[in-house]
Write a protein that binds this ligand. Structure first.
Ligand code: GDP
Length: 445
């Protein structure tokens, strides 16, 4: 899966990560090569374009982390962005099969691997979740397809609905439903007929079956080797029938993999599973972080950057804590906290984070103060000089007037802020002595 793309990208990044300093041009050149690699992997043009733009924006805005080369940092950004465009369901492998018997409708073009995938999923449900599954083929045009499902059922020890000649697909679906209910099955899977192309009749038939059983999942099986075509097929099926997820087959081949990268961005539908071989256990859930890792093949670098970022955050927190313990909690620190509060969802998010602040947050919320007060407080601090921020004791009446005016606010509001600062500084000092500060700050960074 993704070998070619992976090779191409590692070529680009090998060059990049070996360099110490990187100019904007270096990054641009590398990203141009990444874009070509994506297009060659048959990722659709708009997806590739958005991808590069997102990486570029993040790469230029990011501060360089100590002990990490700029190239390594770019690798991490590309990795995160890959993960982002691959993101699908939180739990792709969890099929909705409560309320037995739960119908699962399998749709797709002929030859996509639909029948095989039906059997693979049935086997998975049986073995991993201990479910009793009934499979039924609705392919009335091709008796061989019905027999194929029956044979696969025999191989995996899953029951298939007895074949009755001359029945139409809706009648078979209804019989499967009845049989599944009577037989105490948890799930019944309906393998619909495929065609070489999407045509009116195929869609009409799938829609009639859908309406007859109201499937809990409608899974579209598409051939991953067909690249952008797979995405187009998915889009059309979804428009006409509505699907709850996609299974990409033949991802074991040396296909270019672009379908996997474009699918979610273009159709909005998650890839739930990938088929990785002809054997009946050759199916995997589609997990973006694992796949992104596989595509880049640079797990070491990604882990390294994550570690470095964590270390720096921890160091920062440690330094701040030491100062707080000594009672050195200035306006810059307060500003950071206010910004952090905003980032964490304002007053609400702050509650419960720190014992003292939780109480304060509640009081503030009770007094009808919302996030706009945080913003006003930040504006007040911004209006102070460097010296004043470092040493709030300097804030005499004349200075206060100037500061409030600069922020376009009343002095009374500034007085509240100063009072709040003093309370927090005292609290930090007290907590620091009892070792509670360390505990409280763990949640903050
Ligand atoms: P259907 O017409 O959509 O029902 O397709 P089938 O299930 O009959 O599959 C067509 C062929 O593709 C069979 O030979 C399968 O073994 C093969 N196949 C299905 N899924 C995969 C896969 O993930 N990888 C590989 N290599 N072959 C697959």
């Amino acid at each position: 899966m993704f070998e070619n793309l992976s090779d191409r990208l590692s070529g680009v990044f090998d060059k990049l990560t070996k360099q110490g300093a990187l100019s904007d041009d270096d990054v641009k050149t590398a990203l141009r090569e990444v874009r070509v690699a994506l297009l060659e992997a048959d990722v659709s043009l708009p997806v590739a374009r958005d991808f590069i733009k997102a990486v570029q924006d993040k790469a230029t805005g990011q501060a360089v982390t100590k002990s990490i080369t700029p190239g390594q940092q770019v690798v991490k950004i590309v990795h995160d962005e890959l993960q982002h465009i691959l993101t699908g369901d939180e739990d792709p492998g969890a099929l909705k099969i409560d309320n037995p018997p739960a119908p699962i409708l399998m749709v797709g073009l002929q030859g996509s691997g639909k029948t095989t995938t039906t059997a693979k999923l049935a086997k998975r449900l049986k073995e991993r979740e201990g479910k009793r599954v009934l499979m039924a083929s609705l392919d009335v045009n091709r008796p061989a397809a019905m027999e194929q499902l029956q044979i696969l059922g025999g191989q995996i020890g899953v029951d298939t609905l007895p074949i009755v000649k001359g029945e139409d697909p809706v009648a078979i679906a209804k019989r499967a439903k009845t049989q599944a209910g009577l037989g105490g099955y948890d799930v019944y899977m309906l393998d619909t007929a495929g065609r070489l192309h999407i045509d009116q009749e195929l869609i009409a038939q799938a829609a009639a079956v859908r309406d007859a059983v109201s499937p809990r999942e409608t899974l579209l099986v598409v051939d991953g080797l067909t690249g952008q075509d797979a995405v187009n097929v998915a889009q059309e099926f979804d428009d006409k029938i509505g699907v709850s997820g996609v299974v990409l087959t033949r991802m074991d081949g040396d296909g270019r993999g672009g379908a996997a990268l474009s699918m979610r961005a273009i159709t909005g539908k998650p890839i739930r599973f990938v088929g990785v071989g002809e054997k009946l256990d050759a199916i995997e859930t589609f997990e973006p972080d694992r796949i992104a890792g596989r595509i880049l093949g640079m797990g070491d670098i990604v882990a390294l950057v994550e570690k470095a970022q964590e270390t720096i955050e921890a160091e920062q927190a440690e330094r701040m804590m030491k100062r707080f313990q000594k009672g050195r909690f200035n306006m810059n620190d307060l500003k950071m906290q206010l910004e952090q509060m905003l980032k964490m969802g304002g007053m609400e998010g702050m509650m419960g984070m720190m014992p003292g602040a939780a109480k304060m947050g509640k009081q503030m919320a009770a007094a009808g103060m919302d996030d706009s007060i945080l913003k006003r407080q930040i504006a007040l601090i911004n209006s102070m000089t460097k010296k004043e921020r470092a040493n709030p004791d300097l804030l005499a009446a004349s200075r206060k007037k100037r500061i409030a005016k600069g922020a376009g606010l009343e002095v009374s509001e500034l007085n509240k802020l100063v009072k709040q600062h003093r309370q927090m500084a005292d609290m930090m000092k007290k907590m620091g002595k009892g070792g509670m500060l360390k505990q409280a700050m763990k949640g903050m960074f």
